[in-house]
Design a protein. Structure first.
Length: 150
């Protein structure tokens, strides 16, 4: 399925917001727990928004590729973080075909906004090396191993 016009989010800038104060420490713990060597610290972020989380992950040694359906968010991300591989796209695109598979997949605060949850889940599975299994909690999805956090 080609990208749909599903962008409805507004971004004032490419900075973090208040929810990242509690989300990022949990994400960092989960990803650090993978104990991946430097050459395998590759992550796909589905729903990367304005790029602020991808930027923080890059600062921690991750090579991040991400997509978001918001043209405004991707515009802010590319302006603030031109070195990051962040693109327009959604869970309804063939992301694994376009970007490959990754040892870790992150999707923060996305599942509660998707129109087709089964397609979203299938896309996450397709992005994980080995085909999954990812976890789909409403607040954090970080895959590569099964994690569940609310």
């Amino acid at each position: 399925m080609d990208s749909m016009e599903i962008s409805g989010y507004r971004y004032a800038d490419a900075g973090l917001n208040h929810s990242h104060d509690y989300l990022l420490p949990a994400v960092f713990r989960l990803l650090d727990g993978l104990n991946l060597p430097a050459d395998r610290r590759r992550l796909f972020e589905l729903g990367c928004g304005n790029g602020s989380v991808a930027h923080q992950l890059t600062r921690r040694g991750w090579q991040v590729t991400g997509v978001d359906p918001s043209a405004e968010g991707i515009g802010a991300a590319n302006a603030a973080y031109p070195e990051l591989a962040l693109y327009s796209g959604s869970a309804y695109d063939d992301l694994a075909g376009r970007y490959g598979r990754f040892p870790a997949v992150l999707s923060l605060e996305v599942v509660e906004h998707v129109y087709f949850p089964r397609q979203y889940a299938a896309t996450l599975f397709s992005l994980v090396e080995g085909g999954g299994p990812p976890s789909f909690p409403p607040r954090i999805t970080a895959t590569g191993r099964i994690w569940h956090w609310h």
